[in-house]
Write a new protein. Structure first.
Length: 501
């Protein structure tokens, strides 16, 4: 056969036509008004900065020889010699799977997710640059199809939102994404906003923007989640995870969570699974319930790891203005907590629950506040950190500076559990008693190479107030407690060895 034989047209390739019919029958059925996915097409990524992998995937030739039909039956593309072609899918690399370029149309996005779920193989959806995909309806409190396969959604300053003119109740109250058991979702350079779920009566609600079910996986990179919320009417019905509810495995990198709100716990994220946060910002998020907490993150079981992140200006109606760890374990490193507020305890961080363990390494807790009104509960406070009975916190190389316990005790730390300090600086904190550290009757404190200075108590224990036995507080000879007001150490459990005046 001559090398110049004419290329077969799509109509002459029955296998390809069968594949198209199969997808249209199984993947797009029931999507009224949504055109067939042949029109999704993938073009060369051009100047997109999303990822190099996406560009490579988008530039690969498709297996249809360079021909594709749109829904009008017309052909698109060129001659298959490496030029840009529209209206086709392409094979991806580096785990991205087949890449589909999605026009600026929410119906096309919905249909593409249906297709990806049906094919059960890794797929990538490339969103239109700076497009707003505005959703108006949801099913099972979710605006987009539940993710049951491996799906990458790559934006380019793209936005997925719940339409802003919708009522905040009934069928128009829905989150944006849900990741099912066995599903995997990656979001890159996408903004998610205005998602909303609502607890009604005794029916709880969770995940204003995203719900990750047990067995599901989520990766959020270079993305912003803002203005999402979970609303409720009574604190006895959980309404958690203003932006994300994680029951599975969630990793967040280089992302921002701002102005998200949960009626009970976890203004930005509520976690009962595995949560990893790296180089991310949590700002102005709020958890409202006095019986719950975590204005930024509320982790009630499982594990949470936070590295090189910032928690600024978050608020909790209960515990942990920035971070509340109420079970499981937490490892926090090189992270800043600043200007966070808790109505009861732990303006920056709260760690509670028998057996709960937390490590704070090279953290800065600055200007956080526990309002601690005396009418709420006795012994509330901990402007920087609250350590509950039965829990254990180890602190390495931390700076705990200028925090306030308001009307409560423990400007820097309020400790009812086990508190171990290495190379920490505790300075310029304020409280009624124990401006630096308040050690309650059930607590133990061990400090090594730690400096406690310039703290100011209204009543007593400018440096340390010890309500337990004197042996409950251990200060090594290199630990310095000095220049605190009105005194360095006070309380029933004094004198404390190596604390003078």
């Amino acid at each position: 056969m001559s090398s110049t034989s004419p290329r077969k047209t799509p109509a002459e390739r029955p296998g390809r036509a069968l594949r198209r019919r199969t997808w249209l029958a199984t993947g797009a059925a029931g999507l009224t008004g949504v055109v067939g996915l042949a029109a999704f097409g993938v073009a060369t990524a051009g100047t997109s900065d999303a990822t190099a992998a996406t560009r490579v995937a988008a530039e690969r030739a498709s297996d249809d020889g360079g021909y594709a039909r749109d829904d009008r039956g017309g052909q698109q593309g060129h001659d298959g010699k490496g030029e840009e072609r529209k209206g086709e899918d392409r094979k991806g690399e580096d785990g991205l799977g087949r890449v589909h370029e999605i026009p600026c149309d929410p119906d096309r996005l919905i249909a593409a997710i249906v297709r990806a779920n049906a094919e059960r193989t890794a797929a990538t959806l490339k969103l239109a640059k700076e497009c707003r995909y505005s959703l108006r309806t949801g099913t099972a409190s979710t605006g987009l199809p539940i993710i049951t396969s491996e799906l990458n959604i790559i934006g380019e300053r793209s936005t997925i939102e719940r339409a802003y003119d919708l009522p905040n109740a009934g069928a128009t109250a829905f989150r944006l994404f849900q990741v099912g058991n066995g599903g995997s979702l990656r979001l890159y350079d996408v903004t998610l906003r205005n998602g909303l779920t609502a607890a009604v009566g005794v029916t709880p609600a969770s995940g204003g923007a995203i719900l990750v079910n047990a067995g599901g996986r989520l990766l959020v990179e270079k993305s912003t989640l803002t203005g999402n919320q979970v609303i409720g009417t009574t604190t006895t019905t959980p309404a958690t995870g203003g932006a994300i509810e994680n029951l599975g495995s969630t990793v967040v990198k280089h992302s921002a969570f701002t102005v998200n709100n949960a009626f009970t716990g976890g203004g930005a994220i509520h976690n009962t699974g595995r949560l990893v946060v790296e180089d991310s910002l949590f700002e102005a998020n709020k958890a409202g319930s006095p019986t719950d907490g975590g204005g930024g993150i509320d982790s009630v079981s499982g594990s949470v790891t936070i590295v090189k992140s910032k928690f600024i200006g978050n608020a909790a109606g209960g515990l942990g203005g920035g971070l509340n760890v109420a079970g499981g374990s937490a490892d926090v490193a090189e992270t800043e907590f600043k200007l966070n507020i808790a109505t009861i305890s732990g303006g920056g961080v709260a760690v509670t629950g028998t057996g709960t363990q937390a490590q704070l390494r090279k953290v800065e807790l600055v200007e956080n506040t526990a309002v601690a009104p005396a009418t709420v509960q006795p012994g509330a406070g901990g402007g920087g950190v609250f350590v509950g009975a039965g829990s254990a916190v180890t602190v390495h190389e931390a700076k705990v500076v200028a925090n306030s316990a308001g009307q409560g005790n423990g400007g820097g730390f309020l400790n009812l559990g086990s508190l171990v300090l290495f190379d920490a600086t505790i300075a310029r904190n304020q409280a009624v008693n124990g401006a630096g550290i308040y050690n309650d009757t059930t607590g133990t404190v061990t400090a090594t190479r730690t400096t406690i200075t310039d703290n100011q108590a209204i009543v007593a224990g400018g440096g340390i107030f010890n309500a337990a036995a004197a042996t409950a507080v251990t200060l090594d000879p290199t630990t310095k407690v000095f220049h605190n007001s009105p005194d360095n150490c006070a309380g029933p459990g004094t004198p404390i060895v190596n604390c003078f005046g």
